[in-house]
Design a protein around this ligand. Structure first.
Ligand code: PLP
Length: 454
């Protein structure tokens, strides 16, 4: 049978604009607030921390299409467009009538979608005369992408990596250092925030929250230094829409349109990237696609978090962000999907959930690896532990289709490969991995102190 597996685009079909869903949302996201005055933040407020153009994009609720500067598009050409693939072997293994497609964002040398925004943020930082960038990284994919992007745009990068992740995934720091970044385990003694955290808890394993505190502190206390973030914020989601815009053209080549779009969810950037370009057709053209964000059972902010104003970091140095959150002091269980261990969701996604335009689903760690193993053994790609959550959610839906006989078209984003996560796969194969549930009482305790501003 002659059937097409991969759908490929040429370089000149890489999108020329990013899609800004804020402009078309029925209810706009609530504004981020200054924690002191409780006033909505302006571009000027944010520009102390982030490159100015990113701040303009962050607050842009007018323009649905934002031009991708040519130097960024030139860098995209090194690894884009990425393939859209029909997962025939997975479908056959599941015996499902569903058509499963995945957008493969693991094909670039950094191994994940994060590079799509790292290039944009470093370009804008360079354009405004910044010499240094800082950031946090959990599993290390963002840090690696940022280190590379900083190097090619001629910036110095300082990366705070979550301590426990550095121990679990040592090669990620090697990658960042190869690209020239200075890497520090967080919490560290090199910042006020880090010292305070270590004083309170000398064995603190670190979290994205602690690493963000340290990176932000370094940025605001160093001249010509800007902070960059790998997820959560609106401008990061914006940059990731190249994923869905390409996928839209590729689904057209396949002659299908997705009934369901699925991605794993840490802070929301790869989900937004694949989902928003399709969601615009729900908003504007009456399409009925379902959007599913797969989060870990041990970090269930989408399904069990509170919608409140909360800080983006552990020390409380960032603006107050209106989001579904487990509380900024939440210490997630030590799961291998490091990129999904964040306490909150971005403001756009939080509003979309409130408006019923998408939903979250919780995946236990063992189920995520069951799914990753099946995907590896059928499609030949070892997925990142984060991406395994998306695959698990897809498998659940494909099994439902098997029961009902529905031929649904399911599209998911393969956010990254797992080739630097083999310790996790070893532990799974050896039977040493476990699930982690979170009690309602723990969530209540952790969110009780949040001020009700929404
Ligand atoms: C960082 C990361 C994620 C989670 O971040 P989002 O912003 O939610 O996309 C998912 N998958 C991979 C491979 C990652 O590196």
């Amino acid at each position: 049978m002659d059937r097409q597996k991969k759908f490929l685009l040429n370089e000149d079909q890489i999108p020329t604009h990013w899609y800004n869903i804020q402009a078309e949302m029925p209810n706009k996201p609530l504004p981020m607030l200054n924690p002191g005055t409780k006033e909505p933040l302006t571009v000027d407020d944010l520009a102390h921390i982030f490159p100015r153009e990113c701040c303009v994009q962050e607050l842009d609720q007018e323009n649905a299409w934002i031009k991708i500067p040519e130097p960024i598009r030139e860098k995209y050409k090194y690894y884009r467009a990425t393939p859209l693939v029909r997962a025939y072997a997975l479908e056959e293994a599941l015996g499902t009538p569903a058509h499963i497609y995945f957008k493969n964002e693991s094909t670039n040398p950094l191994g994940s979608h994060k590079i799509n925004s790292a290039l944009a943020q470093c370009y804008y930082a360079k354009e405004e005369g910044t010499t240094n960038v800082t950031t946090e990284t959990g599993a290390g994919q963002w840090g690696a992408a940022l280190a590379y992007a900083a190097k090619i745009f001629g910036l110095e990068a300082a990366v705070y990596q979550v301590k426990i992740s550095m121990q679990q995934k040592p090669y990620r720091s090697s990658i960042m250092r190869t690209f020239g970044a200075a890497v520090t385990a967080s919490p560290s003694m090199s910042t006020r925030a880090g010292k305070d955290l270590i004083t309170k808890d000398p064995t603190h394993p670190g979290s994205l929250g602690t690493a963000i505190s340290e990176a932000v502190e370094l940025a605001v206390t160093t001249p010509n230094c800007k902070y960059t973030l790998g997820s959560v914020l609106n401008h990061v989601s914006l940059h990731q829409t190249v994923i869905g815009l390409e996928a839209e053209k590729q689904m057209e080549m396949a002659g299908e349109y997705p009934d369901m779009v699925v991605a794993c969810f840490g802070g929301g950037s790869n989900f937004s990237g694949i989902a928003f370009p399709f969601m615009r057709h729900n908003l504007n053209d009456g399409k009925k696609t379902e959007f599913i964000a797969a989060e870990p059972e041990s970090c269930p902010k989408l399904t069990r978090g509170k919608f409140e104003y909360d800080f983006g970091d552990e020390a409380g140095l960032t603006p107050l962000i209106p989001m579904f959150t487990l509380g900024h002091n939440f210490k997630p269980a030590n799961i291998h999907a490091g990129g999904l261990r964040y306490h909150g969701a971005g403001t756009i996604v939080s509003q979309l959930i409130k408006d019923g335009l998408m939903r979250g689903v919780d995946i236990p760690q063992l189920e995520s690896f069951d799914a990753g193993m099946l995907f590896a053994r059928t499609e030949g790609i070892i997925p990142a532990p984060e991406s395994c959550h998306a695959i698990a959610a897809v498998i659940r839906e494909a099994k439902k289709c098997k029961e009902t006989g529905e031929e649904k078209v399911i599209l998911f984003n393969l956010s990254g490969h797992g080739l630097i996560d083999m310790t996790a796969y070893d532990q799974y194969i050896n039977g040493d991995l476990q699930n982690y549930q979170l009690s309602d009482a723990a969530i209540e305790a952790n969110t009780a102190s949040l001020e009700h501003l929404t």
